[in-house]
Ligand binder design. Sequence first.
Ligand SMILES: [Zn+2]
Length: 389
Amino acid sequence: MPWRILLAKTDIWMPLYIRDYLVDTMHLTAEQHGCYLLLLMHQWTRGSIPSDMQGLRNICRLGGDPEHFSSIWNILRPFFSDNGDSFVQQRLAVEKEKSEGRRSERSKSGSLGAIRKWGTEEERNKLTRSERLANARRLATHSPSEWQALLFICENRCAKCNQSDVDLVKDHIIPVCIEGASDGIDNLQPLCRSCNAAKGNERVDYRPNDWKEQIAKRLAEPPNNGWQTPTPSPSPSPSPAPIERNTLSLLPTEEPQPKFSSQAAFSIWNQHCGILPKVEAFTEKRKRKAQARIKSGLTEERFLRAVRCCTEKPFLRGENSSAWTATFDWLVHNDENIEKAINNPYGAGGTNGKQQLKGNFTGIREQNNRDAMQRALKIATGICDPGAM
Ligand SMILES: [Zn+2]
């Protein structure tokens, strides 16, 4: 029977309880693991493995010395039960039955509707990610405001590992490859890339229990309360398949990017500020400051670069005589500070900020004079009262 047809008839995944597997197989070598897994996969697709040595060897793709395979099989044999003319690994057989049960139930209840909506299983398997996403969007979509509110509620952290200074991606709790998974806010949570990549078939909702109420509350608030981006342009239209705009550009996406917003600047700082102080509240004053920078031409790329400089340049991250560090407030205080963070004069990766500072502020002659240095620091950093924002 051709492989393709086999795959269409059986599920294309096989459950592997990784921890149990590793515990049960601690005594196996890499070669024995390979053979064992090939045998399990064979059982998953055919129902059992043969009992003759040649058949087993073929499945394990082990030519050469039959004695060698025989020694491997002696190690693996205890994992399988004798079924008369074949062997089965019991747990996998049970899982297979469960899976078949689920399949037939599924096909009884909704295969006709599903085929109408999604095409046949074979067709579905051929769908690309963007096609699956388009299907998910036909079921439901979310607005940028909803996503921003969700990020706010999750404190711009990965909902699973709680890390904050990481890129966050939109995770579909029920993956879009599953029938009925939507692109609505009900099915989305922010995850860091590594949690998202390690997710597999998991469908756990890591959001706070009351996320729905919190979102409703946020969305009911007026737009200028410090969390919501003022009408991103272009705003999503109620067309049949609205394209979701990723206002924070947290996703690797081919969709067009919207204009840089003060809310995005706020998120970027909190995600990338590393050891520097996070911004707790996105106040009106902070928002106005960030908007002023954006108005005078600050782009998202440039802001991200400035934030990275703040975390990388020794002087800016506190290696100076007064242990002053860059902050969000300092960075957005004026255009000069953005410029200073990127180009002047604090030293990158390991250079001595103070030494560079000396070179850049020619007015300072008495380099050993502590007062002069402090003054220079203040000029350079444009220190402003953090309480002022
Ligand atoms: Zn994570």
